[in-house]
Design a protein around this ligand. Structure first.
Ligand SMILES: [Zn+2]
Length: 78
């Protein structure tokens, strides 16, 4: 499945928080949120993800970014 939210280049959150700062400091995969009313909360996360360091787009999470070689971290709550 390929899903591209129209015109959504989600990068910056609404409000700055500790979580936001952590997100920027720790390399991780960014999953795009997709509106889906059939899911709890009205959205789900895309399977494909983007490297927070170089912006490489992968079809699923890998241990390392194949583009920049950064070892990815898992952040609680994201
Ligand atoms: Zn990368």
């Amino acid at each position: 499945m390929s899903e591209k939210a129209a015109g959504k280049g989600i990068r910056v959150g609404r409000d700055q928080s500790v979580m936001d700062a952590m997100e920027k400091a720790i390399p991780h995969w960014i999953h795009e949120k997709i509106d889906d009313p059939s899911y709890f909360g009205g959205f789900r996360y895309a399977r494909n993800c983007t490297c927070s360091v170089c912006g490489y787009e992968a079809s699923f999470e890998k241990e390392k970014c194949p583009h920049c070689g950064t070892v990815m971290q898992h952040i609680k709550g994201i």
